[in-house]
Ligand binder design. Structure first.
Ligand code: PEP
Length: 259
């Protein structure tokens, strides 16, 4: 089953407006280097409009093929939720994707699987592709609980989705101990969990649907370790934090998944 690769940059709460615009312009100008890979930029919400216009977005289509994503959103479509961003607002700004359940949202902002599940359903209802993040902590890995933790996160975060909805989801496996630490999972460690996730997705829908769902790896991906990850059969791209803040590094990773 050949799945189109997807490399997304999670800028987190970094850069300023001018630097964000310049980075988006640089990635857009060189996107052909990563032919065949879906490139997604996820800037802070405050800069979505600036980055969207640097990408030349009109509606959600971009001449460079680089698309825009949010880093989080509320599950409600609007209302009295001070400081939050609603799914239709992301759509309005030209977003096609939204990262949900990132480990920083789970650990620092109390997002549970039930919350991630509600957000995933609202993202799909709004026409956004959710990038649903799961992953174990170091303590959980060392206690031999990786499979149990990831299984519970997948079942909880994706509960109640139809096969048609599941097929639209992107899953990101991000071991928490590898995020921002410089400690990348070995290609074998990552592949093992990706294969587990694909078999879980199969049990939620069917092997055919699971075979179409893209599963990204995230956690200290850099241009020099991306190629070994990219050749693993169940790794369909990367969710990139730190290295997405430099066009050379982000595109270097994307090239590893190209072709
Ligand atoms: C992330 O936060 O999603 C991430 C993968 O970060 P980094 O690449 O910096 O480890």
């Amino acid at each position: 089953m050949s799945r189109r690769k997807i490399v997304a940059g999670n800028w987190k709460m970094n850069l300023d407006r001018a630097k964000g615009r310049d980075l988006a312009l640089a990635v857009a100008a060189r996107s052909a280097e990563a032919a065949g890979v879906d490139l997604v930029l996820c800037p802070p919400a405050a800069y979505l409009e600036t980055v969207g216009s640097a990408l030349g977005l009109s509606g959600s289509t971009s001449p460079s093929g680089v698309t825009l994503g949010g880093q989080t959103m509320h599950d409600k479509a609007g209302g009295a939720f001070t400081g939050e961003v609603a799914p239709p607002m992301l759509v309005d700004l030209g977003c096609r994707y939204v990262i949900l359940g990132h480990s920083e949202r789970r650990t620092l902002f109390g997002e549970t699987d039930a919350i991630v599940n509600a957000k995933t359903k609202s993202a799909l209802a709004a026409g956004l592709t959710p990038i649903v993040c799961v992953g174990e902590t170091l303590e959980e890995r060392e206690a031999g609980r990786t499979d149990a933790v990831v299984t519970a996160q997948i079942r909880g975060s994706l509960a109640g989705l139809s096969a048609v909805e599941l097929e639209k989801v992107v899953v990101a496996y991000e071991p928490v101990w590898a995020i921002g630490t410089g400690k990348v999972a070995s290609p074998q460690q990552a592949q093992e969990v990706h294969a587990l996730i694909r078999s879980l997705l199969g049990s939620l829908a069917s092997a055919e649907v699971a075979g179409k769902i893209r599963i990204q790896y995230g956690g200290s991906v850099k241009p020099d370790n991306a190629a070994d990850l990219a050749v693993q059969p169940d790794i369909d791209g990367a969710l990139v934090g730190g290295a997405s803040l430099k066009a050379d590094d982000f595109l270097g990773i994307a090239r590893a998944f190209s072709g």
